[in-house]
Ligand binder design. Sequence first.
Ligand code: SIN
Ligand code: FE2
Length: 216
Amino acid sequence: MLDLFAQAKPWQEPLASGAVILRRFAFDAAPSLLQEMAVVVRQSPFRQMVTPGGYTMSVAMTNCGQLGWTTDQHGYLYSPVDPLTGSAWPRLPDVFAELCQQAATAAGYPDFRPDACLINRYTPGAKLSLHQDKDEPDLQAPIVSVSLGLPAIFQFGGLKRNDPLKRLLLEHGDVVVWGGKSRLFYHGIQPLKTGYHPLTTDCRYNLTFRRASKEE
Ligand code: SIN
Ligand code: FE2
């Protein structure tokens, strides 16, 4: 009999050279990821960062791991200290590290050793304008990006800001990995639509794993 509640097995969709979408790859781990995220957030709460240009970002962010991505008056930087608490960022939960390792391996990057995990929270209307992830010194390492909760439209372009964009719906449990030739490709998230998700209610979370220091 057809089991309407059976979850599809994860599948892969090539996105660009060095980039792949691992559909539903994090679906089973999602409840534990969200539980551990709540622990992180108790120590280093979500905050809306202000860009060097003075603009308050619509996405709320925090970090875990040895380094965290943040902003100050001068620019964007990775810091070992959470400027909000004055303490180290919470450590990377084991379930985060495991999921990231499995996803990176499935995408062809078995040696990825992340030291930074940015956690993004999108509420309706929140968006991330087209940008490159280029604050990392080691561009050999890929980016592993996990979507949780409400779906969002991800834009993925090329090396130039005005290269044509692919628009892909990222759903709960999807993981995007990009590296190699597409490591510096422009990408962004279109404004989140209102909705309801049983695990996150009214928002979308994204975990972005990166290598933010040189491999020792
Ligand atoms: C990012 O580009 O840092 C996040 C992308 C996403 O939220 O899926
Ligand atoms: Fe990014």
